[in-house]
Design a protein around this ligand. Sequence first.
Ligand SMILES: [Zn+2]
Length: 260
Amino acid sequence: MRDLSNENIVHIQDGDIEYLQFRKLLEYKDKVIHCYTTRSDDYKIDNGVNYKKLYNSLNLDYNKLVKIKEQIHSNYVQIVESKEVKPDKVDGLITDKKGISFSLRFADCTPIYLYDPVKNVIGDIHSGWKGTVGKIAQVAVKKMQEEYNSKPEDIICCIGPAIGKCHFEVDEDVKNIFENTFSYMNINDKIIEKGELKEGKQKYFIDTNLINRKMLEEIGLLKENIIESNICTVCNKDILHSYRVDRKNAGRNTAIMSLI
Ligand SMILES: [Zn+2]
């Protein structure tokens, strides 16, 4: 199997368990556990077995797993302070409680891992393109500020594997939404690239990684604390689940995060 390790990412293979981790978050591995899984398993269907194997490998307690019943590509973020909470119809979870672990599911959408090492707060965020337009990353940081007095300049943000600009091809209507939402940032020439004309329709490519980075810088995160995986899920479709590639049959990668 190819190894996706790069300057920001470590690709772990532990028997038949496989996942990616950010080198930056591993600097805090005595405080926070995280990972992003691969095609080695599918977290769309939870038969219990896949999570148990993964949790064993990560040294986490499977009984303290908190999942979102349904992720809806929104910008809703929920504070979760107990494993008894059953989040539904949200796309981000935040806590300062140790032990409970979050698992969000992805196929091309952007996983955003937030960690405040000063107040010891985590956020596990699913930023689909609609969530990105709704600035869910900013919503999450603001919630960390309001609920836990986090300071943006302390927060580390890792932007996980997602469909890259190389493959996130959209029609004019979606392009216009991004253009209108982010025009005030004066970065449209960088986040939008004109693509080909296909069957009479002009196509465009959108850089959601850069958009997320810029919106986090806008609310005070430090450039050096925003780390990108530089891994496109479509370019690496042999290793990662991708909705663009597999459509309705697409499995899900999971982004795990837990304070310990
Ligand atoms: Zn790509």
